[in-house]
Structures are given as structure tokens and as C-alpha cells.
Design a protein around this ligand. Structure first.
Ligand code: NAG
Ligand code: NAG
Ligand code: NAG
Ligand code: NAG
Ligand code: NAG
Ligand code: NAG
Ligand code: NAG
Ligand code: NAG
Length: 467
């Protein structure tokens, strides 16, 4: 992947300016960094080479291969291989030369909740060829790690790769969820794979499945690139988000196929510069920003781009969800080239989100939503409200822009719902978005492309630049 490719799919500038005032608007600044953004390059291929030529292993003085088998892992799916993984990690991570932590193919390794702690002394590749399975019995779970299974903490310059599988064996956890059976207590369950407080991490080609709760969490991290990852949990498994991003910046998700029982992707507080490209989502609850603002908290998410996705059979498509009473903002989001197939709520902003057993009261405070662009979104809606902009009465959504939208009903008609939402559509917009209030209007659209630039006189000043 070269840098140009990343630049290409990213450049998002939606900049509202007053007609008489053409100086550099304040809103422009937040779009600037997105152009400069770059995940550190890695040297993954040399490790592939090392793995493919075992005869050279010994000769490679500057790299070591540390297999969990060398530390006594059995890989029969029954024996407890936790200690072997811990010992192999300790050796690989402390190696002064580059190292490969190898989980060999063709075996199933049973591993308990484990924190793989960094920093490592040098670059490390976590090569997963076989399957890692979690113990399936919730009551035997280590109470010291209630919310994580495989937890990689404070690592940098690491590559996770291989054709292997991380399997949370979650079915008993799901049965114990209060979402499955209301007489169960509501409590959290582990995340299968966590990358926490880390930087310059790349994840390629792995499969993560049947997690106890969320499948893959990227938290408090910077510069994480996830490509070709598959996430798979049943459509009725509770709270099994596919990829969850929290407190992280500069994250790229590319060529990922996600089917699960909750959000395919969820992006929550303190996350920015998040790019998603070529995403398949379904089953699941769609691609979400939020929820944000629960229990009067502050939530901030900005600079999010989704480019090219197929969303199939999900309960939501492109969703922004916030609780009443929150604060903070969601700003500068661009969704483009998305195909919906039999999706409920294909486009939805829900500022009355309430995922709690008790009802939520309307409040005056809300997470502020602005500069949200939807472009080239087509396909079929399972719900009559194909577009729903349910915004806070006291903190309206602003600068919602729709361009080239074609959402049709599977049987009947579709419509747009608006509450307290300002913005406009241009080009073809079906269903019509006339319910958006026009406080943003009286402007022009200036669109620049690499092929040149053209100006379109609409009622709005929006500069939209693409490289
Ligand atoms: C994380 O790693 C950095 C070095 O990369 C180190 O300085 C820091 O102390 C580590 N933090 C913790 C909490 O272990
Ligand atoms: C893994 O968990 C099981 C069940 O709690 C426990 O008996 C075993 O000692 C744990 N293994 C290690 C290496 O801690
Ligand atoms: C729900 O849980 C209760 C108590 O654990 C149990 O008795 C009941 O059979 C469960 N219901 C279903 C539908 O699984
Ligand atoms: C959101 O992130 C900010 C910045 O990291 C933090 O101060 C705040 O406590 C976070 N809010 C929640 C609900 O975690
Ligand atoms: C949130 O703020 C509202 C209004 O001030 C208050 O009534 C409510 O109790 C607060 N909720 C929480 C969970 O703090
Ligand atoms: C619209 O999006 C689809 C993918 O959903 C893509 O195949 C198509 O090329 C896009 N059209 C334009 C004009 O960008
Ligand atoms: C749409 O999805 C529903 C399940 O939610 C399914 O029963 C139905 O067959 C699907 N329709 C089409 C046209 O794919
Ligand atoms: C909250 O406000 C929205 C928008 O005005 C309204 O549709 C909804 O019924 C209100 N909910 C409650 C619980 O009052």
C-alpha cells in the first residue's frame, strides 16, 4: 500500500463559509491534519521471508523466531497453553533483535486471559497461523481480567499477521447476557483481541470470531492499520461489536469483512482521523459513531471517512448515536460510495439513543453534530424512514450534506425524517431531504478534483477538495 493510496481515499474538506466572507474559515483547520496523516511503514515482508525459509532461521543473526511450541505449547485445544504463550512472548518481546512470535498452523491453542505487555526491545511480528481459542466457561474466567482475553498493551512497531484464527468461544457468555435473557444480570464480558496504549501497529489477514463480547478493540492507540481482517460472530450474539475504536487516532481499516451481532464498526470517544475503506458489513448493527454522551459524559469524535462499503441485512447502516445529556461533538464525517442491501435505517443520526432498561429523559445538553456528508449512497431500505436525522431540540445538527443518494424501499415508499436538523441536499437525493432546515443555505459549492475544478452555484458555500 503506498502513501498515495491513503491520501486518495481520504481527502475530505467540507467547509462552510459565509457568502460575503471568504477568508480561511475556522472550520477548515480540523480538516488539515487528515492530509498529513500517515501510518508508519513497517518491514513486514522480511518476516514473511524468514518464515518461508526455515533453513535460514539459524543463519539470521539479526532476527529470531520464537514459536510457542518451543515453550511447550501443545495445541490440542484442551491443554492449557497459557504459560507457553507468556514465556514465548517474554523471550520474543525482550529480544534485542527483531523477533517473530509464532503460533504455528494446524493446531488449536487454548489460552487464558493474558496481557502481552510491551514495550518490546525491538520490532516484533505476531505471526498467527493456527487457532487460538479461549476457555469457554465463563465461571472459570480469571476475575483479574474481566473484560479482556488477548490484550496487547503498550507495544509499538508491531505487526499481527497470518491466516490464523482468534476464537473467543463465546456461546456460553452470550447465553449469560442480559440481552439474551432478561433475568441475567447485565455485566460485561471479555473482548477477544485488544490493542491498547500502542502505536505503529499493523494487523493483516487474521480472523477474529465468536468473541465473548466485542471482537476487536483498538484503544488509546495511535497509527494502527488493519487490513484484510475478517470478523465473524453470529447475528444474534449480544454486544459482539466487530471492530471498536476508542481513544485512538490515525486508524485505518481496509478490506475488512465483518459480520456480527452488534455494530460492525463502532467509533467512540476521543477518536479522530479514522479511515475505513472497502468494508463489508452484515449481519450486524451497521457502521456506527457512538454511542456517545452516556451518563452526561463528554464524547468527541472527528475526522472520520468511510469510502466504499457494502452493508447487507443490518439493523442500521451509517449511524451516529448519542445519549441525551451528553456534551462534546461529532464533526467532519464523510461517508461515500456505500451500497445498502436490505438495511434498516440506512442513514441515521439518533440523538435520543437509549440502550438502557429504563427510559431516558430528554435533556437540554447534547453532543453537537455537524459537518456530516453523505455522498453516493444507494440501495434498499427495509424501513420506511430511509434517512433519519433525529437531532436534539436544544443542540441542532448542522451542515448535513447529502449528494447523490438513492435509497429505495423493498416494498413501498421511503421518506426522510428530520428533527432539528439543518443542511441540504444537492444532485439526486431520494428520498427527498426537504425536511432539513435551510439555515445553512445561501452558499455555493466549489468542488475541486484532480482533473480540474468546477463550481456549482447552489445555495451554500462548501469547499470540497479531493486529491
Ligand atoms: C510504555 O512504553 C514506553 C516506551 O515505549 C515506556 O516509556 C512507558 O513507561 C510504558 N508505559 C507503561 C505504563 O508501561
Ligand atoms: C487458566 O485458567 C484455568 C481456569 O481458571 C486455571 O485452572 C489455569 O490455572 C489457568 N492457567 C494458567 C497458566 O494460569
Ligand atoms: C433465563 O434465565 C433463567 C434464570 O437463569 C432461566 O431459568 C430461564 O430458563 C432462562 N430463559 C431462557 C429463555 O433461556
Ligand atoms: C472522552 O475523552 C476525553 C479525552 O480523552 C476524556 O477526558 C473524557 O473523560 C472521555 N469521556 C469518557 C466518557 O470516557
Ligand atoms: C445528568 O444531568 C441531568 C441534568 O442535570 C441530571 O438530572 C441527571 O441526573 C444526570 N445524570 C447522570 C447519570 O449523572
Ligand atoms: C457509487 O458507489 C458505488 C459503491 O457503492 C461505486 O461502485 C460507484 O462507482 C460510485 N459511483 C460514483 C459516481 O462514485
Ligand atoms: C431482507 O432481510 C430479511 C431479514 O431481515 C429477510 O427475511 C429478507 O428475505 C431479506 N430480503 C431481501 C430481498 O434480501
Ligand atoms: C424527546 O424529544 C424528541 C424530539 O423532540 C421527541 O420526539 C421525543 O418524544 C422526546 N422524548 C421524550 C422521552 O420526551
Amino acid at each position: 500500500m503506498n502513501k498515495l493510496t491513503y491520501l486518495c481515499f481520504l481527502l475530505l474538506l467540507i467547509v462552510p463559509i459565509k457568502s460575503e466572507d471568504r477568508e480561511f474559515p475556522k472550520e477548515f483547520e480540523i480538516f488539515e491534519d487528515i492530509e498529513e496523516w500517515e501510518v508508519e511503514e513497517d518491514a513486514g515482508d522480511e518476516y514473511d521471508e524468514l518464515l518461508e525459509s526455515p533453513s535460514r532461521r539459524r543463519g539470521h543473526r539479526n532476527k529470531i523466531l520464537v514459536s510457542v511450541d518451543a515453550f511447550g505449547a501443545v495445541g490440542d485445544g484442551v491443554s492449557d497453553d497459557t504459560q507457553a504463550f507468556v514465556n514465548a512472548w517474554t523471550q520474543a518481546c525482550s529480544s534485542p533483535t527483531k523477533s517473530v512470535f509464532l503460533v504455528p498452523e494446524g493446531k488449536r491453542y487454548l489460552v487464558n486471559a493474558t496481557r502481552f505487555r510491551g514495550p518490546c526491545a525491538n520490532k516484533i511480528v505476531i505471526q498467527i497461523q493456527g487457532t487460538i481459542v479461549a476457555p469457554s466457561e465463563p465461571k472459570d474466567w480469571d476475575p483479574k481480567n474481566p473484560r479482556t482475553w488477548l490484550d496487547f498493551y503498550n507495544i509499538s512497531k508491531a505487526i499481527f499477521q497470518g491466516n490464523g484464527v482468534i476464537d473467543g468461544s463465546g456461546s456460553k457468555w452470550w447465553a449469560e447476557s442480559c440481552k439474551k435473557n432478561k433475568s441475567n444480570p447485565c455485566k460485561g464480558a471479555p473482548t477477544a483481541l485488544t490493542i491498547d496504549s500502542s502505536s505503529a501497529v499493523r494487523v493483516k489477514g487474521l480472523t477474529i470470531q465468536n468473541s465473548q463480547q466485542m471482537n476487536f478493540v483498538i484503544s488509546r492507540s495511535d497509527s494502527v492499520r488493519v487490513t484484510g481482517v475478517k470478523v465473524s460472530s453470529p447475528g444474534d450474539s449480544p454486544n459482539t461489536d466487530g471492530i471498536h475504536i476508542t481513544g485512538s487516532t490515525n486508524v485505518v481499516l481496509q478490506n475488512c469483512k465483518i459480520g456480527t451481532g452488534d455494530d460492525c464498526i463502532s467509533i467512540v470517544n476521543a477518536s479522530s482521523s479514522i479511515k475505513m475503506k472497502n468494508i463489508f458489513c452484515g449481519p450486524g448493527h451497521g457502521i456506527s459513531i457512538g454511542s456517545l454522551g452516556k451518563d452526561n459524559s463528554t464524547g468527541i469524535v472527528e475526522q472520520v471517512v468511510l469510502d466504499n462499503a457494502l452493508i447487507r441485512g443490518t439493523t442500521n447502516g451509517l449511524r451516529i448515536k448519542t445519549w441525551q445529556g451528553g456534551s462534546g461533538h461529532v464533526r467532519a464525517v464523510r461517508y461515500q460510495d456505500v451500497r445498502m442491501d436490505n438495511v434498516s435505517n440506512p442513514i441515521i443520526i439518533d440523538q435520543f439513543y437509549c440502550d438502557s432498561p429504563t427510559t431516558c429523559k430528554n435533556q437540554t445538553s447534547a453532543v453537537e453534530i455537524s459537518q456530516i456528508m453523505y455522498r453516493n449512497i444507494t440501495g434498499t431500505s427495509k424501513t420506511q424512514k430511509a434517512m433519519k436525522f433525529a437531532c436534539s431540540d436544544t443542540v441542532p445538527c448542522t451542515h448535513i450534506v447529502l449528494n447523490n443518494i438513492n435509497l429505495q424501499s423493498l416494498d413501498g415508499t421511503v421518506e426522510t425524517y428530520c428533527n432539528s436538523a439543518a443542511g441540504f441536499g444537492y444532485g439526486y437525493v431520494q428520498p427527498s431531504a426537504e425536511c432539513l432546515t435551510s439555515s445553512d443555505k445561501d452558499t455555493t459549492i466549489i468542488e475541486e478534483k484532480e482533473t480540474g475544478s468546477y463550481h456549482q452555484n447552489l445555495n451554500e458555500h462548501i469547499i470540497h477538495t479531493e486529491l
